[in-house]
Design a protein around this ligand. Structure first.
Ligand code: CA
Length: 587
């Protein structure tokens, strides 16, 4: 072997899945990786590396050593689409040095349909912390790949300057050359169809206080790059460059690959490589909830209406009522203590709404300024614990900066101290949180049910949108949609407001298709009279967590059929975008 070949041998490595069908080729001479499935190229040579404040790890990297090892782990999930996971993968770590001799590692884990990769930065000498200035990380798709993406929005737009909040429309079967709607690229998860060769889903996981949430750039020459948040997010507060102490790692980027959509719908990539960040002494109970705000809106924040929705929850065998925005002003803290007692007397527990803000938006919905600092937060949570509140819904977050990710983690951790579950709205995509935080029970991060009330367009698109989520948004994280609308018209009295375009069976099927451990259901007391007995009976018994999920058929934006198992009962559900109809079969 001549010396050139020797160097090439040291620079080119590969790692394959246990079944050998999925393969990552690593070319450190060009700082690139590629992904092959069943012999077909799913990602072409795609860039790796990052620029730190003290080192450039994007060029002149030399492989000094590598390690490979098998992973074979069993773990349990209690609030997702599957309860027992057997994660089998091959791990590869490439140990590199840059031109200045600074150390850097690239780590890949490859299971049969999922790739997870990250960078490990050792502590090298006296430098104990890193600030990541930018990443070279990218994903280069073969020509002809089509896209199923939702754009990152401008910062500080939308309701009371509260975006970005992952509440944008999707474009499907689009071209890579299409520009994103706002010009800021796309939010995770991102779905791609590589012609007839298969499907690729990109996302990231393991992001807590340790990093910012990232998104994908617009496509340039076939390549989508990892982008950091925009400086304007969070009203300009907080840096966009994430930092962590050394030794340390970037979050996992995940690439789910399949010939069909089955591995995409069934993926556990979000949870395979994260672990619980704290234990809990509480036993959290998942389930369903009534909430008055979705159909009866702000005017329902009064004693009688809340009592009516508590009675509704009791009648429906629901575990919870969610008391939404404005309760502190319209009912007050003393009345709330009475209301919680009333609910408990009916066997119903309470979630309370809070704004996360704060100093970064103009939110008027209250309570405000209770969740953004530890002094007010601890006092509020101690009060909730003392009256037996079981959870909070925290709305209107500030974007994807590390500063905001830290706030999420602080709220989760403090809430657990007081036995409170947390749902987030107006928020980022959860990135492994169902396994990382024992009291995290759902996130919006989708154009959710409220939009059906706000405008007819969302109703007209409801069936289409619902046929996207099982292939994209809901694959990597729970999705708190707050739907299953039994009204024909979306207002109190069922006579005016926007008009539902879907069938009742379609709405019921969304309770199976959309997965979240706490399902806030858009039922009203009036529906007890107006809805068929079988529909009410279904909702009285429908589970919210699953032991197994199996994809049967479908195409993003057109239709979906899947089945989920709870205990020994299977729920097969189908949605069709063209007809707005669907079904649930129970066996
Ligand atoms: Ca929202």
């Amino acid at each position: 072997m001549n010396s050139t070949l020797l160097i090439l041998a040291a620079l080119i490595s590969s790692v394959s899945s246990p079944d050998g069908r999925l393969k990552v080729n690593l070319d450190f001479q060009h700082n690139a990786y590629s992904v092959i499935y069943d012999g077909k190229t799913m990602l072409e040579d795609s860039p790796l590396g990052l620029v730190a404040n003290f080192a450039d790890f994007t060029e002149n990297l030399v492989l000094t050593d590598s390690e490979t090892s098998p992973i074979d782990e069993h773990y349990s999930l209690d609030r997702c689409k599957v309860s027992e996971v057997h994660y089998v993968a091959n791990r590869y770590v490439g140990k590199l040095k840059n031109g200045k001799g600074q150390a850097f590692e690239v780590e890949f884990r490859v299971s049969n349909n999922d790739i997870a990769f990250r960078y490990n930065i050792p502590r090298d000498g006296g430098t104990g912390s890193i600030r990541v200035m930018n990443e070279a990380t990218g994903f280069r798709f073969p020509e002809g790949t089509t896209t199923f993406l939702t754009p990152q929005s401008d910062a500080m737009i939308g309701w009371k300057r509260s975006k970005p909040s992952y509440e944008e429309e999707y474009r499907v079967d689009a071209q890579m050359s299409d520009r994103s709607f706002y010009g800021h690229g796309y939010t995770f998860p991102c779905l791609f169809r590589v012609g007839e060769d298969g499907w690729v889903l990109l996302s990231e996981t393991g992001v807590g206080s340790n990093y910012c949430g990232c998104h994908l750039s617009d496509c340039n020459d076939g390549t989508y790059k990892i982008e950091f948040p925009m400086p304007e997010e969070n009203n300009g507060n907080g840096t966009i460059e994430p930092a962590f102490s050394l030794p340390g790692s970037t979050p996992w980027r995940t690439i789910t690959v399949g010939k069909t959509l089955k591995p995409i719908v069934e993926t556990t990539a979000a949870w395979d490589n994260v672990s619980p960040l704290y234990g809990t002494s509480h036993k959290y109970k998942f389930g369903r909830s009534s909430w008055s705000w979705i159909i009866w809106q702000d005017a329902s924040m009064n004693w009688n209406d809340q009592v009516a929705f508590i009675d509704l929850a009791a009648d429906m065998n629901f575990e919870y009522i969610l008391i939404d925005a404005g309760w502190d002003k319209e009912l007050g803290y003393e009345k709330m203590e009475e209301l919680v007692k009333y609910a408990q007397g009916k066997g119903v527990d309470v979630f309370l709404w809070y704004s996360s803000s704060g100093y970064w938006n103009d939110i008027v919905q209250s309570p405000v300024n209770k969740m953004d600092n530890s002094i007010a937060r601890k006092k509020e949570m101690a009060w909730m614990e003392s009256i037996g509140v079981k959870g909070i819904k925290v709305d209107f977050w500030g974007g994807d900066k590390q500063e905001t990710m830290r706030l999420y983690e602080q709220v989760f951790s403090d809430a657990d101290d007081h036995g409170l579950m947390v749902i987030v709205h107006g928020c980022t995509l959860p990135r492994g949180w169902e396994r990382m935080y024992p009291n995290f029970v759902g996130a919006e991060a989708v154009l959710a049910s409220e939009n059906l009330v706000f405008g007819q367009r969302a109703c007209d698109l409801e069936a289409f949108s619902a046929c996207l989520h099982p292939f994209i948004r809901n694959t990597v994280a729970s999705m708190e949609f707050g739907g299953c609308i039994l009204n024909d018209r979306l207002s109190r009295g069922n006579k005016r407001g926007t008009t539902r375009r879907t069938t009742l069976d379609f709405e019921l099927a969304t309770e199976i298709i959309f997965q979240n451990p706490i399902q806030n259901i858009a039922i009203t007391p009036e529906n007890l009279e107006s809805s068929p007995k079988e529909a009410l009976e279904f909702l009285r018994n429908v589970p919210t967590t699953w032991d197994e999920t199996v994809f049967i058929d479908g195409y993003p934006g057109k239709s979906v059929t899947l089945k989920r198992r709870h205990g020994s009962t299977w729920y097969e559900a189908h949605l069709d975008a063209a007809t707005g109809d669907g079904y649930v079969k129970i066996y």
